[in-house]
Design a protein around this ligand. Structure first.
Ligand code: SAM
Ligand code: DTB
Ligand code: SF4
Length: 332
C-alpha cells in the first residue's frame, strides 16, 4: 500500500482537522481513477451511496445587496436583470416551505441578500425559522454576517444550519469581494459554531481561481475546528451584468476532482452538488455522485437563478437507482 493510500484509509477511520496543504495537494495529484475509487470507498464507510439529501431554497429577501461579490446577481453594484423584493411575509414563507416538504425536501434553506441582518429583520426571520421548524423540516438560513448574539437567537428559534460560504481561497478572495474580508467570513463561522448551530460552508468553482486556490479553499474548510456538516460546491452561474459574466468555464473533470477531494478530507460531511446543475449532463452529475456528492438543491429555482426542473431530477435519480434520504430521526 502506498503511503498516500495508507493515509487516505486512515482518514476513513478518523475524522481529521489537521490536514496539511501538501496532503491536500497530493490528493489533487492522484490519477483520476485512483482518486474516485478512494473517494467512493470512503463515502461508503460513512453514507449509503444510493441516497441523496434533498434541500430546497427560498429567497426571502431579494436583490439590492450592498456587498460587491463579483459572481452575484443580487449585488447593488451590478446591473443585472433581477427584480428586487423586500423581506417576504410569514404566511408566504410557510406556504413555500410546505410545498417544498410535499415535494420531498427535508431541509428548507432561507436566503436573504443582506450584508448582515438588523435586529428588526432578524426578529421576523426568527418567526420564519420557528414556523418552518414546526412543519417538521430541517431549517437553514443564509443571511450574511452574524455576531454571537444573533447566532444564539437563531439557534434558540430552532435553526439547524447556517450557510456561510468561504467561496474561494484567502489569497483570491479580494479579487472577488472587496466589501468584506476572509477574516469576517471566518468570524461569522466561529459565532455560528459557538452558538451550537451546524455549519454549511462551501465555495464556487469557475471564478478564474487557480488549482492552488482550490487546494487552499478545501484546506481551510477541512481544518476548521469542526468540519462543516454540509459543504455546498457551486459551479459559477455566469450572470449577465456581473464582472464574472465571461469567466472561463470550469473544466468538468476538475469540478469532479474537487468533489472527490472534499469527500476524502471531510468524510462525514454532506457534500452538496449545488448551483450550476442546469449546465451539467446526467453523466457529469452521476460522476459527481460517484465522487462522493450526496446532497442537491431540488426545485425549479435556487435563490434567483434556475435549477433543473423537478421531473428531470426525479428521472435522473431513478436512472441512477438513487433515493431521497429520509429525515434522520433526531437530526432536527
Ligand atoms: N448574502 C448572504 C451571503 O453572501 O452569505 C447569503 C446569500 S448568498 C447568494 C449565498 C451563496 O450563493 C454565496 O456565498 C455564493 O456561494 C452563492 N452564489 C451566489 N451567486 C452565485 C452564482 N452566480 N453562481 C454560483 N453560486 C452563487
Ligand atoms: C450555496 O452554496 N448555494 C446556494 C445556497 N448555498 C444559498 C445559493 C446558490 C445561488 C445561485 C445564484 C442564485 O440563485 O441567485
Ligand atoms: Fe450579497 Fe450574498 Fe450576493 Fe454577496 S453573495 S452580493 S453578500 S447576496
Amino acid at each position: 500500500m502506498s503511503l498516500l493510500t495508507e493515509s487516505v484509509s486512515l482518514a476513513a477511520q478518523s475524522i481529521r482537522t489537521d490536514w496539511t496543504h501538501q496532503e491536500v495537494a497530493a490528493l489533487f495529484d492522484l490519477p483520476f481513477n485512483d482518486l474516485l475509487f478512494q473517494a467512493q470507498t470512503v463515502h461508503r464507510q460513512f453514507f449509503d451511496p444510493n441516497q441523496v439529501q434533498i434541500s430546497s431554497l427560498l429567497s426571502i429577501k431579494t436583490g439590492a445587496c450592498p456587498e460587491d461579490c463579483a459572481y452575484c446577481p443580487q449585488s447593488v453594484h451590478y446591473q443585472t436583470d433581477l427584480d428586487n423584493e423586500g423581506l417576504m411575509a410569514l404566511p408566504a414563507v410557510i406556504s413555500k416551505a410546505s410545498e417544498a416538504r410535499n415535494n420531498g425536501a427535508t431541509r428548507f434553506c432561507m436566503g436573504a441578500a443582506y450584508r448582515s441582518p438588523n435586529s428588526k429583520q432578524l426578529e421576523r426571520i426568527v418567526a420564519m425559522v420557528k414556523a418552518v421548524h414546526d412543519l417538521g423540516m430541517e431549517t437553514c438560513a443564509t443571511l450574511g454576517m452574524l455576531d454571537h448574539q444573533q447566532a444564539r437567537q437563531l439557534k434558540e428559534a430552532g435553526l439547524d444550519y447556517y450557510n456561510h460560504n468561504l467561496d474561494t481561497s484567502e489569497a483570491y478572495y479580494s479579487e472577488i469581494i472587496t466589501t468584506r474580508t476572509y477574516q469576517d467570513r471566518l468570524d461569522t463561522l466561529k459565532a455560528v459554531r459557538e452558538a451550537g448551530l451546524k455549519v454549511c460552508c462551501g465555495g464556487i468553482l469557475g471564478m478564474g481561481e487557480s488549482r492552488q486556490d482550490r487546494v487552499d479553499m478545501l484546506h481551510t474548510m477541512a481544518t476548521l475546528p469542526e468540519h462543516p456538516g454540509s459543504v455546498p460546491i457551486n459551479q459559477l452561474i455566469q450572470v449577465a451584468g456581473t464582472p464574472l459574466e465571461n469567466a472561463a468555464e470550469v473544466v468538468p473533470i476538475d469540478f469532479v476532482t474537487v468533489i472527490a477531494v472534499a469527500r476524502l478530507l471531510m468524510p462525514a460531511s454532506y457534500i452538496r452538488l449545488s448551483a450550476g446543475r442546469t449546465e451539467m449532463s446526467d453523466e457529469m452529475q452521476a460522476l459527481c455522485f460517484f465522487a462522493g456528492a450526496n446532497s442537491i438543491f431540488y426545485g425549479e429555482r435556487l435563490l434567483t437563478m434556475e435549477n433543473p426542473d423537478m421531473d428531470s431530477d426525479q428521472l435522473l435519480l431513478k436512472k441512477l437507482g438513487m433515493k431521497p434520504e429520509p429525515l434522520q430521526a433526531g437530526s432536527h
